[in-house]
Design a protein around this ligand. Structure first.
Ligand code: DSN
Length: 424
């Protein structure tokens, strides 16, 4: 990589302490195998768009209806992002202002529910998200959260169970999607249940938005009433979010985001979202999305061949959830050893986990970042071997193996430079 003072000379001169930390993070992201499924590498173009003078502008309101003057360019930036989102996902309406996924989901509650109303969502330890009505979240304290999970025998959602729960509890809102769901979401099936009970269906596609855009996962459009997504996971944009919906819900969704929940939009993020959406509309991005899935499948097969217990038996998308109970290593111990080896994952609950969320039985891994570096399926045997060696080493406190793997990881990463991290 070029030195940080060459890439960011003003920052390096003005604040060497902070510049050193950013330089160290660039080095870390370049040298490690990043397997957290909700992370990615944005392109240099997205990176540049998110660090511009758009930062300096307040724009409360929407294009053509702002509370501040001087919006000649900002209105066009936001309209461009909206038009690209609508075209890419085939939706009537898009709001690109939510600051991130949790505020986006909270805006959906504000748009459709009153405090105390019932929401049906997937439980967090089964693979859902905090904002789908989980108890410690505002969505589970200000609203009545009812939760579905996966079947113990298959590790998959059972729509008959979801339907029974919906008929018994009569939710006003149903969430589908999650953060640790390795299988295809049956959006049409969820829509049928929502219709039956008169609920609004929200598809939270944060994890799989890029796969949907690239044609590697079925779309929730036209099944869901509202589609919520972050923009920084498989979609490979900046940290932000979008809400998309049918025209009939456009006003309610817009009013909930602003003035209901937020102030001025982060225009620099809006611009970077627009760039990412343009990138996601290209044939190259379709190839990327399919390769993410092919890599995850290959990695799953290699891990299964090494005796790893994969929740649901494998994957249809970008992520794998591994239950380490049979390996006799807690998820956190394995995740920390892998981190020392330069393989970055997160510890995660597995369905019906007997351990606590802060010290669970599993790890969650995914292929969006390594695929952005161009690492092919043929390398997945090596990745699985590293995970196997380090998990085994973690059990026995074998730090020598951890150090050896770190050097091997660095060598492979050097062969596949990451976007946004220019080489010398
Ligand atoms: N934190 C995200 C994830 O890692 O899946 C969800 O919000």
């Amino acid at each position: 990589m070029t030195a940080l003072h060459d890439r960011h000379p003003a920052l390096a001169a003005a604040d060497p302490e902070l510049a050193a930390l950013i330089g160290a993070e660039e080095r870390l992201q370049a040298d490690t195998l990043r397997l957290i499924p909700s992370e990615n590498y944005v392109s240099q173009a997205v990176l540049e768009a998110s660090g511009t003078v758009l930062q300096n502008k307040y724009s409360e309101g929407y294009a053509g209806k702002r509370y501040y003057e001087g919006q000649q360019n900002i209105d066009q930036v936001e309209s461009l992002a909206i038009d690209r989102a609508k075209a890419l996902f085939g939706v009537d309406h898009a709001n690109v202002q939510p600051y991130s996924g949790s505020p986006a989901n909270l805006a959906v509650y504000l748009a459709f529910l009153q405090p105390g109303d019932t929401v049906l969502g997937m439980s967090l330890p089964m693979g859902g998200h905090l904002t789908h009505g989980w108890g410690v979240s505002a969505t589970g304290t200000w609203f009545r959260g009812v939760q579905y999970g996966v079947r113990r025998d298959t590790g998959r959602i059972d729509l008959d169970e979801v339907r029974d729960l919906a008929l018994a509890e009569r939710p006003k809102l149903i969430f589908c999607g999650g953060t640790a769901v390795p299988r295809v979401i049956d959006f049409a099936g969820f829509a049928e249940i929502a219709r039956e009970v008169g609920a609004v269906l929200v598809a939270d596609i944060a994890h799989i938005a890029g796969l949907i855009a690239g044609g590697a996962h079925p779309s929730p459009v036209p099944h869901a009433d509202v589609v919520s997504t972050t923009t920084h996971k498989t979609l490979r944009g900046p940290r932000g979010a979008m809400l998309m919906c049918r025209q009939e819900h456009a006003r309610a969704v817009d009013r909930a985001v602003f003035p209901g929940l937020q102030g001025g939009p982060h225009n620099q993020t809006t611009a970077a979202i627009a760039v990412a959406l343009r990138e996601a509309a290209t044939p190259e991005f379709g190839g990327y999305a399919h390769q993410v899935v092919a890599n995850a499948r290959a990695l799953g097969e290699q891990l299964a061949a090494r005796g790893f217990d994969l929740v649901s038996g494998g994957t249809d998308n970008h992520l794998l959830l591994i239950d380490l109970t049979g390996r006799d290593v807690p998820g956190k111990v394995a995740a920390k050893a892998l981190d020392r080896a330069g393989v970055v994952v997160n510890y995660n609950t597995v369905p019906y986990d007997t351990r606590k969320p802060f010290d669970p039985s599993g790890i969650r891994i995914g292929t969006p970042s390594l695929t952005s570096r161009g690492v092919p399926e043929s390398e997945m045997a090596t990745v699985a071997e590293w995970i196997d060696r380090v998990v085994t080493a973690a059990r026995g406190g074998d730090e020598e193996t951890v150090v050896k793997v770190r050097a091997e990881v660095k060598a492979l990463m050097d062969a596949y430079p990451a976007p946004g991290l220019p080489l010398v």
